[in-house]
Design a protein around this ligand. Structure first.
Ligand code: SF4
Length: 68
């Protein structure tokens, strides 16, 4: 991967219940004030290795369309 992963496009990214740490990475199980991918590169020095893209409308299974 050549570019830094974008948490907003990652299936593991969530908004947390905690206003002090509003972002959450479920792959690495932590909450943060800044985007998790920014935290990871700041601590590890490397871009996040756990990025996995969110499913798109094209990749969802037919069962996901049951409410359409
Ligand atoms: S796995 Fe990486 S890209 Fe995905 S939410 Fe966590 S830090 Fe962000």
């Amino acid at each position: 991967m050549t570019e830094t992963p974008n948490c907003w496009k990652c299936r593991f990214f969530k908004i947390s219940w905690d206003p002090k740490f509003p972002y959450e990475c479920q792959a690495m199980n932590f909450k943060s004030q800044a985007l998790p991918c920014v935290q990871v590169i700041g601590i590890d020095g490397r871009p996040c290795q756990s990025f996995s893209p969110k499913p798109t409308a094209d990749t969802r299974s037919k069962s996901d369309d049951r409410f359409a």
